[in-house]
Design a protein around this ligand. Structure first.
Ligand code: 3H9
Length: 689
């Protein structure tokens, strides 16, 4: 075997040239790969003893796409399009041998081969949309020619990969191999050489016919994804490319694709989404945990509390086959919790996402109990009762007496002092916070809260467990509200103030919705429930929220809160809320006024950025990008704006400081004082990095 570049080897097996790519971890199309493929194909074409070529990848996957780290660098080495042209125009058949994931530029490379064979568990996709892009190397023009415009549109707008069997049925691949991938691909190449055919995807046209005959097709696609893709540019650009594939000759379509790709690549959304791709992966890395740190095997989990959170947490575990002991204080509460879990699974089964047998299997993995002693054999026990320090301390003290040695004791607290909870045990190093977000079976974020004494083994185990249950974990330190809620408190405070000063809740919410959040601050409060931490007996009616609760307006669940709700839970503005804000404003001597949307947005977002900077300064978060991961996955910050810290970088930290100072001068409030870190970075002309 001869090395063409350090990433590509060339060998010949009885007239079949084999190009072996080796660029761990995912065989991205880095410069050395592109160069190696081009030289390898040219060498094989020049070699009279070679009649066909196989493109094969070492390691865990076929090419998973362009090398994203190269996007921010000046282009080097052979142009990707030139490499693909050499392949597509080759006078000897090329066979792509696919395992793992053929994604993005990887699938585009395979589409420029004459044939594609794959192992049964391979996956195929064009996920560029998730990076704010479109497949810019012919993918939008070639894929619909093989699988039809309908399937191609679905793949490029969702970014979701398809399985080998689906790919075979759709015509994307030619064969699923059962034996050794390389040996079978070589055998396939021999057959191909005998056939004397060189099928090029670009020459196909038949599969585009259905879309051509349906003039409403693209309108329907746009309508069907409008809600899900609101605010994002890339899905629409991807659709335009498929439209070009349907309506333009191939080479014209390629030009359209190239033009739209360049536009996206130059824009802020692609930058934000690519930043976020790496931010998400970075979040899993904890610098002070040595590689050799052992992990505790988690074979059984205990969950205390079968409410919305406890039930959702249990579902996460049984979804990946981890049995759960779910403990409640009364049979009624336990039955209610178990019923909700079953209903959730039955709904998922009704949508066809799991089978009826899955429903039974998963429900069967949850063992309900009324006795904390049943948690004695659990490797991890997660307390998910309501937010009350005294109750939590009592539970942890009890757990200390009954949990086995080496069991991790976790609290799902969303704001309380984890160190105080840990101090209720004799084993604080085994105590950690696992802050799931509601609904816990859906939301991707998990804040892993590191107490003063939490051991690195416990942290490492919990970070791994998060991956296993398909969550994105972010490690945070102890403070009131940790990263997510602490920042949110600032936004809520301003939202409330704005409503006192003259903005309506729907104006505030619309500003946030238009920015890209799925809902605004008041709708979010209504969803969470206004009665959290409120009791009829102790209510003083001191805030608008208290008064709403006194009126029985607890939020969505009672059909009314800041808004009125119909049976479909659609919010409608109500004079009740506005009158309450007017009454409170009058009492406080606030003159109500019209407030511009721009001021509302500033006053909601700038304090979040400032609080994020304080969190970094206090080392509650390891890095600015971790805060962004918390906000995108836990609070609906639009990923095309990167997260609050990335967003601050795009505005410029000097601008952030200037605006904070302006509001400080206007109001005289210390609230607006910029954090020291923010001041320092702004002065140096730097961003959060
Ligand atoms: C594209 O192709 C544009 C084209 O249309 C051409 C235009 C002209 N580049 O996710 P993991 C790194 S755009 C560079 O933890 P997994 C990743 O950062 C691309 N690096 O593993 C991580 O590094 P580290 C279209 C990449 O097993 C490590 O690999 N393709 C790339 O959970 C492991 O990643 C995509 O969007 C890359 N393309 O998942 C696919 N991909 O260890 C993006 C990964 O230092 N990739 N890395 O943190 C993925 O979806 C997943 O990585 C994959 C593996 C499913 C492949």
């Amino acid at each position: 075997m001869a090395a063409l570049t350090i990433m590509v080897d060339y060998s010949v097996d009885s007239q079949v040239a084999i190009l072996t790519l080796d660029n761990p971890p995912v065989n991205a199309l880095s410069q050395g790969v592109r160069q190696g493929i081009k030289e390898g194909v040219e060498q094989a074409l020049a070699d009279d003893d070679v009649h066909s070529i196989v493109l094969y990848c070492k390691g865990r996957t076929f090419i998973a796409g362009a090398d994203i780290t190269e996007f921010s660098q000046a282009p080097k080495g052979p142009d990707f399009h030139a490499v693909l042209k050499t392949m597509e125009d080759a006078s000897k058949p090329i066979v792509a041998a696919i395992h793992g994931t053929a994604l993005g530029g990887g699938l585009e490379t395979a589409l420029c081969c004459h044939y594609r064979v794959a192992v049964a568990d391979a996956k195929f996709g064009l996920p560029e949309v998730n990076l704010g892009l479109l497949p810019g190397a012919g993918g939008t023009q070639r894929l619909p020619r093989l699988v039809g415009a309908e399937k191609a549109t679905e793949m490029v707008t969702s970014g979701n990969p398809i399985s080998a069997i689906e790919a075979l049925q759709a015509g994307l691949i030619d064969r699923i191999v059962q034996g050794s991938l390389l040996a079978d691909a070589v055998a396939f190449a021999r057959e191909a050489a005998l056939s004397n055919e060189l099928p090029r995807v670009r020459d196909r046209d038949d599969k585009l016919q259905t879309a051509r005959e349906n003039p409403d097709f693209f309108t329907q696609v746009r309508q069907s994804i409008a809600r899900k893709t609101r605010g994002f540019l890339a899905p629409e650009y991807n659709i335009r490319c498929i439209e070009a594939a349907v309506n333009q000759p191939f080479d014209e379509g390629l030009k359209t694709e190239a033009k739209l790709f360049r536009e996206l690549m130059a824009g802020p959304q692609a930058a934000a989404q690519q930043y976020f791709f790496f931010a998400e992966r970075q979040a899993g890395k904890v610098p002070d945990i040595p590689k050799e740190t052992p992990e505790i095997p988690i074979a059984r989990v205990g969950v205390i509390g079968a409410g919305t959170m406890g039930g959702g947490i249990a579902m996460n575990m049984v979804n990946v086959g981890i049995p759960v002991t779910l403990v409640e204080t009364s049979q009624e509460a336990l039955d209610r919790g178990l019923n909700v879990v079953r209903k959730n699974y039955e709904n998922t089964a009704r949508k066809g996402r799991i089978s009826d047998a899955d429903v039974e299997h998963r429900c069967g993995l949850i063992n309900g109990s009324l006795d904390l002693n049943d948690l004695a054999d659990c490797d991890l026990i997660i307390e998910a009762v309501f937010e009350n320090m005294a109750v939590k301390k009592e539970i942890f003290s009890t757990l200390d007496g009954l949990a086995k040695d080496g069991a991790i004791l976790a609290s799902n607290t969303s704001a309380l002092d984890l160190n105080e909870i840990a101090a209720a045990t004799q084993r604080p190093e085994w105590v950690i916070g696992l802050h799931f977000f509601s609904p816990a079976n859906v939301m991707k974020l998990l804040e892993v809260v590191r107490g003063e004494k939490t051991s690195v083994t416990v942290i490492k185990t919990c970070m791994s467990l998060a991956k296993r249950i398909r969550k994105v974990a972010v490690l945070v330190g102890v403070c009131h509200g940790f990263v997510g809620n602490r920042i949110l408190f600032q936004r809520q405070y301003q939202a409330d103030k704005l409503a006192h000063e003259g903005a309506t809740p729907q104006q505030v919410d619309k500003v946030l919705f238009d920015f890209g959040f799925p809902m605004g601050a008041f709708q979010m409060s209504d969803l969470a429930g206004l009665d959290i931490g409120w009791s009829k007996a102790k209510s003083t009616g001191a805030t608008v929220k208290d008064r709403l609760c006194e009126l029985g307006r607890f939020g969505q669940k009672s059909g009314a809160g800041f808004y009125d709700y119909d049976e479909k839970r659609t919010p409608a503005p109500t004079p009740v809320t506005v009158e309450l804000f007017e009454e409170f404003a009058a009492k406080a001597g606030i003159t109500r006024r019209e407030i511009a949307d721009e001021e509302i947005l500033d006053r909601l977002l700038l304090p979040m950025i400032n609080e994020g900077a304080k969190i970094l300064q206090e080392r509650i978060a390891l890095r600015a990008s971790d805060i962004d991961v918390v906000y995108v996955y836990g609070y609906g910050w639009p990923v095309y704006r990167g997260g609050p810290m990335h967003y601050a970088n795009t505005i410029g930290l000097d601008q952030v400081v200037e605006k904070l100072r302006r509001y400080q001068a206007q109001t005289g409030e210390a609230f607006w004082e910029p954090s020291l870190l923010l001041l320092d970075l702004a002065e140096k002309g730097q961003g959060f990095s």
